[in-house]
Design a protein around this ligand. Structure first.
Ligand code: GDP
Ligand code: MG
Length: 369
């Protein structure tokens, strides 16, 4: 970098501009907050606060490098769907039933491995990606970390039980996230099923079915007996079309960690949802506070992939350390840089932790007083 403003430098280091200026004055450098300083001066000042300028600025450099894609770069991408609903209303059964409609899985004899997310290829070539961790906890904890990966929520409501506490919570979470809801009224095979009653309960909560003049897409299904599953998936595709989901394909990949685990043989393994660009074997990446190189990637059938495009979940090997669900992931060109960004982030995390501890001990002292 050519120069940096004093205020900017202070912000990057997380110190008060006033403190930085005071320290500079003590060192015989009178500065003002808006003044631009050269890298050497910045390095001296940063060192006073325990930073190396190169590391402090590297992340900013990467953020600056990111340019949002232009409209010409954008191409359609499959929707990413999360299944939510009250306990025992059939989320897991629905995900199982959906997996069995997958033409690829039918060809592969239905042998799949659990990787936290999978893409279903429907007859006609359309695709839908499912996050395989049902429940609003996964949804909200990801969102709390700034990781919105879901485009559409399938809300499962059992036709015998009707709207329950967690049904309402799921609706609130989806609304807070601005994610449209497609309703699956499940267990219609049961003798005491009352889908019409469920619809009126949902209408009271503002989810009015299309047939009643509303905008919410709803399907009656039986996850157990595989009734209505394809209709439900058609509705999801219809909802996706209305959202006009697009992403740039021809650029370095960016995405999010869906889940991670430490494998005895393979080491740290994580499922990444690619959200932009194309991920390739051999790519160097930063992921949360760690980094690595894609040594190998696999789909949910255990097939080795050489590339992964937007909305594709892939299991990746090649992390230095285990990342966490919700961590960001982005490809960059050189390994040295990736390592530095990860180190910088680790240090920032440690500092935040220390600051938190300091605050806690201060609070304890005040409590005693
Ligand atoms: P989850 O807690 O929402 O994941 O619900 P599960 O998928 O585990 O289902 C809870 C129970 O409901 C299980 O005993 C399922 O077999 C049963 N179940 C799920 N879907 C159906 C359905 O369509 N019809 C009937 N009769 N039972 C179902
Ligand atoms: Mg379940």
């Amino acid at each position: 970098f050519e120069s940096i403003q004093v205020g900017e430098l202070a912000k990057l280091m997380g110190v008060k501009a006033g403190d930085l200026i005071k320290r500079a004055l003590q060192l015989g450098m009178p500065l003002t907050i808006n003044q631009s300083i050269d890298p050497d001066t910045a390095a001296i000042l940063a060192d006073e606060f325990g930073y190396q300028v190169e590391k402090a600025l590297i992340e900013e450099e990467i953020l600056l490098q990111y340019t949002p894609p232009s409209p010409e770069e954008l191409k359609p991408r499959p929707p990413v769907v999360t299944v939510m609903g009250h306990v025992d209303h059939g989320k897991t059964s629905l995900l199982d039933a959906i997996r069995k409609t997958d033409v690829v899985s039918r060809e592969a004899g239905g042998i799949t491995q659990h990787i936290g997310a999978y893409t279903v290829s429907l007859d006609g070539g359309k695709k839908i990606t499912f996050i395989d961790t049902p429940g609003h906890e996964a949804f909200t904890s990801m969102r709390a970390r700034g990781a919105q990966v879901t485009d559409i929520v399938i809300l499962v409501v059992a036709a015998d039980d009707g709207v329950m506490e967690q049904t309402k919570e799921a609706i609130e979470h989806a609304r807070a996230a601005g994610v449209p809801i497609v309703v699956a009224i499940n267990k219609i095979d049961k003798p005491n099923a009352n889908p019409e009653k469920v619809k009126s309960q949902l209408a009271e909560l503002g989810l009015v079915p299309e047939e009643w003049g509303g905008e919410t897409l709803m399907a009656n299904i039986s996850a157990r007996n595989k009734i209505g599953i394809e209709d439900l998936l058609e509705l999801v595709l219809l909802q996706a079309e209305m959202l006009d989901l697009k992403a740039a394909y021809e650029r370095p990949a960016r995405g999010r960690v869906i889940e991670s685990r430490l494998d005895k043989g393979k080491g740290p393994v994580a499922t990444i949802l690619v959200q932009e660009g194309t991920l390739k074997e051999g790519d160097i990446f930063v992921c949360g506070n760690t980094y690595g190189r894609v040594r190998a990637m696999f789909d949910s059938y255990g097939n080795r992939l050489s590339i992964a495009t937007p909305s594709t979940p892939v299991e990746i090997l090649g992390f230095e350390e285990l990342p966490s669900a919700g961590d960001d992931f982005f490809v960059l060109e050189d390994e040295e840089k990736a390592r530095k960004v990860a180190e910088y982030r680790q240090r920032k995390a440690r500092e935040a932790e220390t600051a938190k501890e300091a605050k806690i001990s201060l609070e304890k002292i005040f409590e005693k007083l």
